[in-house]
Design a protein around this ligand. Structure first.
Ligand code: HEM
Ligand code: HEM
Length: 188
């Protein structure tokens, strides 16, 4: 009896994402969306100071883990390169998708890095589940620049995600092509 394999191989091929890319995509996607929501809730939510403070602790600790995993995730994509588009599409759409993907990869590193720099150069340590990243001597201009970056890149991420998720849904429900399915966990 022939055994059916319905998982992808580990590495990407020219037209298909391997298992590593698919896992990397969804782990970092979930983490980044969670981090974005927690940041926006801290900044604009209705919570009291103590609650915001508690969320902030988690935000920083998980954010540093996202940075560590993000370096591996972005490195993997750079080494593997991007795969071919799932269908022939107008040139502007192909370019828009490529720019959005590169933008998202930059954001995956820029958000946690700016958060970390802002925090430690404001003279605060970061407790990553017991591992302490020590506070540095205060450098106000650096902490402020990182803080502004953190805020603006967050809104850039919101814009990129509207395009990215909108595009994925359009491919799936309107074009009915393989774009979304080949990022899933069934063979494609
Ligand atoms: C991993 C990705 C991350 C995302 C998507 C993210 C997102 C956000 C967002 C949306 C805000 C609210 C910004 C606003 O005021 O409009 C915020 C605030 C903040 N984030 Fe992050 N963050 C990330 C990582 C980190 C890390 C690693 C740290 C520190 C170790 C950090 C520290 C902070 C701090 C301290 C604030 C409050 C801002 C302030 O005091 O001015 N973030 N974050
Ligand atoms: C519900 C949310 C999301 C959906 C439905 C989604 C869907 C997809 C799909 C279908 C692809 C494949 C596109 C193609 O083959 O041309 C893709 C690729 C990609 N996505 Fe997402 N995505 C989501 C969230 C995110 C988030 C939050 C990030 C990063 C912050 C992200 C970053 C990327 C990147 C960089 C690629 C290019 C290939 C790779 O390196 O993985 N996605 N996404």
């Amino acid at each position: 009896m022939q055994r059916q394999t319905d998982t992808a191989p580990l590495n990407d091929s020219s037209s298909s994402y391997g298992l590593v890319s698919r896992l990397n995509h969804w782990i970092v996607a979930a983490a980044m969306i969670g981090m974005l929501v927690s940041g926006l809730v801290m900044a604009y939510g209705p919570f009291e100071r103590e609650t915001v403070f508690a969320i902030m602790g988690w935000h920083k600790a998980i954010g540093v883990l996202v940075l560590a995993y993000g370096i591996w995730r972005v490195g993997w994509r750079v080494v593997q390169g991007f795969i071919k588009q799932a269908l022939v599409m107008p040139r502007w759409q192909a370019i828009a998708a490529q720019v959005t993907h590169w933008g998202l990869l930059v954001v995956v590193l820029a958000m946690p890095l700016s958060g970390l720099v802002m925090t430690i150069f404001r003279g605060r340590e970061v407790d990553v589940f017991g591992l302490i990243i020590p506070a540095q001597n205060k450098i106000e201009w650096l902490a402020n620049a990182a803080g502004i970056t953190h805020q603006y890149v967050a809104w850039t991420l919101v814009g990129l995600l509207v395009l990215h998720i909108g595009g994925a849904l359009k491919h799936h429900f309107i074009d009915s092509d393989m774009t979304l399915r080949r990022m899933g966990f069934r063979a494609a």
